[in-house]
Ligand binder design. Sequence first.
Ligand SMILES: *Cc1c(COP(=O)(O)O)cnc(C)c1O
Length: 395
Amino acid sequence: MKNDAGSLMRPDALPESASRPVVTPLSPSVVYASDTPDMLDRQYDGDLHGYTYAREGHPNADVVAKRIDRLENAPHMGVVTASGMGAVSAVLLGLTQAGDHVIGGNQLYGRSLRMMTEDLPRLGIATTLVDPGDVAAMRAALRPETRLIFIEVVSNPTLRVAELEGLAALCKERGVLLVVDNTFTTPRAIRPFDWGADIVIHSLTKLLAGHSDVMLGYVAARDRVLNDRLRVFAVTAGLNPSPFDCWLAERGLLSFDLRYDRAQSSAAQLADTLAALPGVTRVIYPGRADHPDHARAQHLLDGQFCNMVSFELAGDRATANAFTKAADGLSFAPTLGDVGTTLSHPASSSHRALTPERRAALGMSEGFFRVSVGLEDPEALCRIFRDAVAAATGT
Ligand SMILES: *Cc1c(COP(=O)(O)O)cnc(C)c1O
């Protein structure tokens, strides 16, 4: 039958509604149909906005990008990628070429470090790792061919604070791009563009999406040309995100500021609780006066000291094992920014490849833990830690 709409594989149009949904619709469509070749031409030329193919962009990704643009004061629409590492890759692989030199913070996220030490050199890009709290050392590491400096504001897992202002001034003076991974600190604590960063990266997987059910990244550049290059590289390399992940991330972002505030205030309380326990030899929290970078954290982070606390138990691996077993109800899992508190143990996970001596030099013994504080009742959370520390250390 010629006009039987029921036999068409695709609807002519969606059901009409004068009213609008209050929740962003999920758009899993990979392809978008245009009316004519002329129209498609205008879409590709950019004088008509319209989606074409989901790798090139889709509504759910753009909704998420615009939300983070607002949080970060990004001047152009950022690029949402399939993971935080997708965003890191877009910058390190999409903006460099053989012969360039790249400087990274010496305590970057593990996979970022790996890309610096393994992948970039393989492609003819030299790399150097430098303490981002030491501007003089960064200056000394600069070469004429240095393209960018890539840092995190607060390092993982020892929670040292970068000299962001000094680095921004240095990069400006030398015409080097300053790239900041703002995953740990989030735009609630600092907006790197406001401090002179050229590019901002996020793993949305962590605090921004916040529920450990989405893996996504984000990257935006201050300069329009660079921002476009990042987008083109992400499209070409297939770093595009799934619409469903974007849809979940948007939902997570709606409560980001509330989750952040709760987790942060609990983190401060937990840090003080841990510091008072006899079985704990060291507590690292940038909000505490005994933190080596406390003054800098206060200056840069606007009184927001984040939800991450690291601490050291008196003892060895057996003590660490006893602690995670006794810390009932907390996930021992290598992530951060989840609604639930998670524990990570660098000696057996992120820093397992290092020798014990090297780890000791970085201040990470077998008793060293990093805590990502979640949304539990803070009193109950502190009680779990008090009991588990007592059980593990016999104190
Ligand atoms: C997790 C993380 C990444 C990588 O993000 P994925 O979404 O896991 O790919 C990058 N940087 C930091 C600081 C992270 O914590």
